[in-house]
Design a protein around this ligand. Structure first.
Ligand SMILES: Nc1ncnc2c1ncn2[C@@H]1O[C@H](COP(=O)(O)OP(=O)(O)OP(=O)(O)O)[C@@H](O)[C@H]1O
Length: 906
């Protein structure tokens, strides 16, 4: 992430202008961000800030005056378009201080003609503290996270880590405690946009690496932010309570992280207090642990190339509101491990599956419901506008409508839905009705533009508006009167911001006006026209202006009153917004289950993993879209026999392209879906809680961190073997592929033994090493499975069906042929293969099994295969020919050559 470290300009010297002196003072106080310095209708940037911003935004770099004899680089962005520029800079990881004029320029003038308008930084914009609708993704949470470490914090004396994360745009606030091993998974689950941590902690190599892995912009802060001795008090002070007891109990690490994040918010929001929920303790142990590599490999919320499209989340997301989409994303990021909680979510989905008419009506209503949580947050931060009030009004109206829609049902309402309905019931509906009456249907964006309060809401306002409208009519009449009196049809009364109202007539026809300067007071001469005013017109003008001013004052007063009422009812509004999101998610998952034919999984505390006729949710949809062959469903059963409680391993061999990876991933995805509370793409599924999910699928270089493909593979495998337990689900695809055959085979071999004997996890292991299938003779919980293919006329046909047994061969060469490898290479590969196979028949790997007792030190690997037996010269010559490239003459010569070789061989 880019961090902004603009050079500090030298302190003010005697030669700097007063404005530059002010800039330098403010910049010195805000060194770690780009300073947007307000000048009239622009935000200007100077010095290195200007250079960084002009490069990042692609805007022109100019200069303005001199500082210590050097030109001052400068660039600027217009205030009305500032949001777009901010968005770009924030996306690039910069932080921006917004410095506004805090007094009217007229006030400054009163202090002397040279005095500078007062300015101050009113806000520090950072990636994790955004609230503006245009800067946020409606369907994604925008988390700010704090990480702190307590040395020797655990009972065993190990370090513990405190985590706190806030979505300022909705007010959610969570804390948790974790250890070094889980840390990466916990960071990945939240996927913060910005991560703050003490500067000394960030300097530690391994912490820094983990922090970088989180993907958020890193913001180092002073260590004092996390001071443990004052943490509880600071937290209590923020929430205006005497003690935190009412919020639950928190560990020292959690308190320190929570206090740290609040200090950062106070620093960036400069006094404004976002309406945060009290912190909720998220038991890290209450979620399925999915480490960052697994999360990425399974493409849960993004594909390996970083796209949302094609991820599991985008495939299953049928929500219709921003809040629903965010809730679905966070449920998918952290599947549960509590059976009751999971079943409650399944009950809610089942309910909407059985009540289709109700569900569709509900979804229709929700479609029009605005994002109340984010509007509320803007209002509370004093950044709200009339449209935010309207959002609350419409959101509360939707809550009312949803309550009615979901009230009557022949079946019993499940607890999750009943709880959501109850929060809708307790929403401030009276306030909602008042807001609906108060705000116009399409109000302007900014309150200072006025004209957003509905007619009929305030009598004084209506009267002033009538006066204003009346005055406009009077002006129209005045124009007609003057025109007639002076016989000037081209005379017009117009308005602009500089002159206000004025009379305008073509210069050639102004004789009568200039003849009566006492009445027609000259204001301006234009090319071809002259402008005048009259006392009558000036009177009318001030009437209109004061009516405008007074009505704006009334509107602003109404705005403040309604905003305060909304803030006062903030908790109930937030709860209602959450209720709508829960209903949206449950209905969306029901719709998904119906559209895609998903089944309700049975999740319990056993070690079962029995999935019948399962499909890969994403590949299935992709195949359907392509309109070609349909997805072939497959079973998986890794559950224990009746009297054991440990998992089984399936070793899957099979041709390339047959569907091994797809099969592996679909089973992992089904576990995730089941435990996040969704139905699953299978005919049936019985899953004993999976507490940790590990996957090592595919290979990717991590050159940025200096690791080769093979190194990445081994690091990930090591993590699995060190951490997986008997409640874990492990997916391993082609372990050892990235190195020499015998090294790879040996590593894969030992890995399976370890999984079977030590980890005892439920596991799926796909491999190209057919030698491994021999292990099933030794390991009683290891079964061989293969993907069936048919061979027809030398062509291979993939059936994508998983069946018991081992593959007889790889068909790699057939796949290579399908991929378009030159025919000569394909032919030559076949020759080499048949020779290698011949050798293998003489020294089968079955021997390995007999020679290697479990965990015995590996015997030195059999010597490398002797170079392929001296090749047949005729075959070799054939390999050199490429018929497509030959002239008829060359072809004839080739034929003679072959004949000659045959004669030689006798
Ligand atoms: N069950 C299935 N039904 C239909 N098509 C499938 C199925 N499984 C896989 N496919 C198709 O086959 C393609 C290859 O699948 P996959 O990548 O899983 O093969 P693989 O055996 O892992 O191959 P390799 O060994 O080369 O990595 C997929 O992209 C998909 O289009």
């Amino acid at each position: 992430m880019t961090q902004t470290t603009a050079q500090k300009p030298a302190p003010a010297d005697t030669k700097v202008t007063p404005m530059m002196a002010q800039f330098i003072e403010i910049k010195t106080a805000n060194p770690d961000s780009l300073l947007f310095y307000r000048m009239g209708d622009f935000y200007e940037l100077f010095f290195e800030d200007a250079e960084i911003a002009s490069r990042a935004l692609g805007i022109t770099l100019t200069k303005r005056g001199k500082h210590q004899g050097e030109d001052i680089p400068m660039c600027g962005v217009p205030v009305h378009a500032a949001d777009d520029y901010l968005q770009k800079l924030i996306a690039l990881g910069h932080r921006v201080s917004v410095c506004e004029q805090t007094e009217d320029p007229a006030e400054a003038k009163k202090r002397g003609s040279k005095s500078v308008v007062r300015r101050d930084v009113v806000r520090l914009v950072t990636p994790g503290t955004l609230t503006e609708e245009r800067l946020l993704d409606a369907g994604a949470n925008n988390y700010l996270m704090a990480l702190t470490r307590l040395k020797g914090g655990s009972l065993a004396g190990d370090a513990v880590y405190g985590l706190a994360w806030i979505d300022m745009s909705t007010g959610s606030f969570q804390v948790s405690e974790t250890d070094h091993q889980r840390l990466a998974a916990d960071l990945a689950q939240v996927a913060p946009r910005e991560l703050i941590l003490a500067d000394n902690l960030l300097q530690e190599q391994d912490v820094r690496q983990l922090a970088e892995l989180s993907g958020g912009a890193l913001s180092p802060v002073p260590r004092a932010f996390f001071d443990g001795s004052t943490a509880a008090d600071r937290l209590a002070h923020y929430f205006g309570v005497k003690t935190l007891d009412g919020f639950g109990t928190f560990s020292r690490a959690e308190l320190s992280a929570a206090a740290g994040i609040l200090s950062y918010i106070e620093k960036t929001q400069l006094g404004e207090r976002p309406p945060l929920d009290p912190p909720v303790r998220e038991a890290g142990a209450g979620r399925m642990l999915i480490d960052p590599a697994t999360r990425a490999n399974l493409e849960l919320s993004r594909t390996l190339s970083g796209e949302k499209q094609g991820s599991l989340l985008s495939t299953i997301d049928r929500t219709v509101t921003g809040g629903g989409s965010r809730l679905l994303a966070s449920r998918l990021a952290g599947p549960l491990i509590n059976v009751d909680a999971i079943q409650r979510r399944h009950d809610a989905v089942a309910f909407f599956l059985n009540n289709e008419i109700m569900r569709e009506g509900l979804r229709q209503t929700l479609k029009g419901a605005p994002d109340m949580a984010r509007a509320l947050s803007r209002i509370a931060l004093n950044r709200g506008g009339p449209r935010d009030i309207l959002s609350i009004a419409q959101g509360l109206a939707a809550a009312r409508a949803v309550l009615d829609q979901t009230g009557t049902t022949p079946s019993e309402i499940p607890p999750e839905i009943a709880a959501a309905r109850s929060s809708l019931d307790q929403a401030p509906h009276e306030l909602g009705a008042e807001l609906v009456a108060a705000i116009k249907e399409e109000p302007p964006l900014l309150k200072r533009d006025g004209n957003f309060v509905a007619t009929g809401y305030n009598a004084d306002l209506d009267e002033l508006r009538a006066l204003r409208d009346e005055s406009r009519k009077v002006i129209a009449k005045l124009q007609a009167d003057y025109a007639e009196e002076l016989g000037l049809r081209s005379l017009k009364i117009k308005h602009n911001n500089v002159l206000g109202w004025f009379i305008e007539a073509p210069t050639a026809q102004t004789e009568k006006l200039t003849a009566d300067p006492g009445r027609f007071i000259h204001r301006q001469t234009m090319a071809g026209a002259m402008r005048f005013t009259t006392t009558e017109l000036a009177d009318l003008e001030s009437k209109i202006a004061s009516a405008g001013e007074r009505s704006l004052a009334i509107e602003l007063e109404i705005f403040e009153r309604l905003s305060q009422a909304i803030i006062d009812a903030g908790d109930a509004i937030k709860a209602a917004a959450q209720g709508l999101s829960i209903l949206d998610v449950s209905a969306a998952l029901a719709k998904l289950a119906q559209d895609e034919n998903y089944a309700r999984p049975l999740v319990d505390d056993s070690r079962a993993f029995d999935i019948k006729a399962a499909r890969h949710p994403v590949v299935e949809v992709a195949l359907k879209k392509a309109g070609g062959e349909s997805f072939v469903a497959n079973d998986a059963n890794l559950g224990p026999e009746a009297d054991e409680d440990i998992g089984h391993i399936w070793l899957i061999t099979g041709p390339n392209m047959a569907g091994k990876s797809t099969f592996l991933r679909q089973n992992a995805l089904i576990a995730v879906l089941a435990q996040m509370g969704s139905f699953v793409p299978a005919a049936s599924a019985h899953i004993g809680i999976v507490d940790r999910l590990f996957s090592r699928v595919g290979a990717a270089d991590d050159l940025a961190r200096g690791r080769s493909t093979f190194m990445v593979e081994m690091v990930e495998t090591a993590a699995i073997l060190n951490q997986a337990g008997d409640r874990s689900l492990v997916i391993l695809d082609e372990i050892g592929r990235g190195t020499a055959t015998f090294d790879g085979l040996s590593i894969a071999w030992a890995t399976i033994e370890h999984l079977h004997e030590v980890n005892r996890s439920r596991a799926l292991f796909a491999t190209h090493y057919h030698e491994l299938t021999a292990l099933s003779a030794k390991l009683e919980r290891l079964s061989n499975a293969t993907v069936s293919v048919k061979e027809w006329n030398g062509e291979v046909i993939f059936l994508h069906e998983i069946v018991p047994g081992a593959a007889d061969r790889s068909y790699g060469i057939q796949v290579a042929k399908l991929a378009g490898l030159p025919a000569t290479v394909v032919e030559r590969s076949k020759q080499v293969l048949s020779q290698l196979e011949e050798q293998d028949r003489n020294a089968p790997s079955q021997n390995l099994i007999d020679e290697l007792p479990l965990f015995a030190t590996l015997a030195p690997p059999p010597s490398a295969p002797a170079a392929a037996r001296e090749a047949d010269p005729i075959h070799e010559a054939l390999g050199e020919f490429n018929p497509d490239d030959m002239t008829p003459r060359e072809a004839l010569e080739a034929l003679y050559k072959l004949k000659g070789l045959q004669v030689k061989q006798g």
